[in-house]
Design a protein around this ligand. Structure first.
Ligand SMILES: Nc1nc2c(ncn2[C@@H]2O[C@H](COP(=O)(O)OP(=O)(O)O)[C@@H](O)[C@H]2O)c(=O)[nH]1
Ligand SMILES: [Mg+2]
Length: 325
């Protein structure tokens, strides 16, 4: 209707054209910076938690289980002086399955492209062979600036953090060494400022001002379900879980979204564990997952979860493809 109102007004067409042009977020040459950073480090050092804390929204799922992160997920941090795109990767590890190999390839490609690599080492654990191995791998990416991030400083007494900072300094000639806590919001603003300072200057933002990730809605929903299903499972089972979404349908009244999802495991015995006695475990998974999903879609959600067996999918090229790897 607005369009009709404006017909006959001679100034209208020009005004309209101007409004459809994307407005440059900032002018060039004022020091605006934008670029990519990837956090690396052993499992459980807090890479995904840090990503979420900096983005201000849960874009990467976290858990104490290994291999929680399986994709390169981009989280976007907006600042008036620039834009930081964080690529959360599965991490560098020794591959044991075809899935493991694919994940390693993904990490390789990601790290070859980023502007900054941040090696995360927790304040409360001594630097070990695992940290040193990953640090040595970073020589393969000469293009990226290297930053050392001492994480979880809330969990260590000050002298311990100080010792860790000194120890990490011995590993290489870092562009920056910084202690932080993602859970207690310690020094995160400084981390953003310092990382931005290491980014290339840019004429404009790389992502729209309201974007927090480039992940599509369905993938984020699938990840929330996988996160809930990792809760309380042990041993090899976390590796065997994959989640796909068949459908997301808004009901006619627009109040409720029906989501149909599959939880894939590799063996019948695992299927029984996921479902639990009389379906009790699966119900818990659904309830847990619904909380972040409803927050994300902004509506009430009805979640239909089916557990299926895809035999040895981690080693099967065809199944890997079907499950999105
Ligand atoms: N005390 C404390 N715990 C943290 C912090 N960051 C992460 N964690 C915990 O460390 C565990 C692993 O975190 P996650 O981000 O999944 O590690 P990732 O495997 O490196 O991505 C989780 O249980 C987190 O809650 C932090 O700043 N302080
Ligand atoms: Mg992670």
């Amino acid at each position: 209707m607005a369009h009709d109102d404006q017909t006959g007004d001679e100034t209208a067409p020009d005004t309209q054209i101007e409004h459809t042009q994307p407005e440059p977020e900032v002018l060039p040459d004022n020091g605006y910076r934008a670029g990519f950073v990837s956090f690396v480090g052993r499992p459980n050092v807090g890479k995904s938690t840090l990503t979420n804390a900096l983005v201000g929204e849960k874009v990467a799922i976290t858990s104490s289980k290994p291999q929680t992160t399986r994709k390169a997920i981009r989280g976007i941090v907006h600042d008036k002086s620039g834009q930081l795109i964080i690529v959360d990767t599965p991490g560098i590890h020794r591959p044991r399955t075809l899935l493991g190999e694919r994940l390693n390839d993904l990490v390789q490609t990601t790290l070859s492209d980023v502007d900054v690599i941040g090696l995360c080492v927790p304040a409360n654990e001594k630097i070990g062979p695992g940290d040193k191995f990953i640090n040595e791998q970073l020589d393969q990416y000469p293009r990226a600036k290297k930053v050392a991030i001492v994480t979880k400083i809330d969990a260590a007494p000050r002298p311990t953090t100080a010792e860790q900072l000194a120890a990490i300094q011995e590993l290489r000639n870092w562009d920056l060494i910084i202690p932080v806590s993602a859970t207690n919001d310690l020094q995160l603003d400084i981390l953003v400022r310092e990382l931005l300072a290491l980014m290339p200057t840019s004429d404009a933002a790389l992502y729209p001002a309201d974007a927090v990730t480039d992940e599509v809605l369905e993938d984020r929903v699938a990840e929330y379900i996988r996160e809930a299903s990792l809760e309380g499972v042990r041993d090899e089972l976390p590796h065997s879980i994959a989640v796909t979404i068949d459908d997301m349908i808004e009901r006619d009244d627009k109040e409720i979204v029906d989501i149909y999802a599959n939880i894939f495991v590799e063996r019948d015995s695992q299927k029984a564990i996921i479902i639990g006695k009389g379906g009790s475990r699966l119900r818990d998974v659904g309830q847990q997952a619904r909380i972040p999903i409803e927050k994300l879609v902004g509506k009430q959600v009805f979640l239909s979860l089916r557990v299926k067996v895809a035999k040895d999918w981690q080693r099967d090229p065809k199944l890997l493809g079907r499950l999105g790897f």
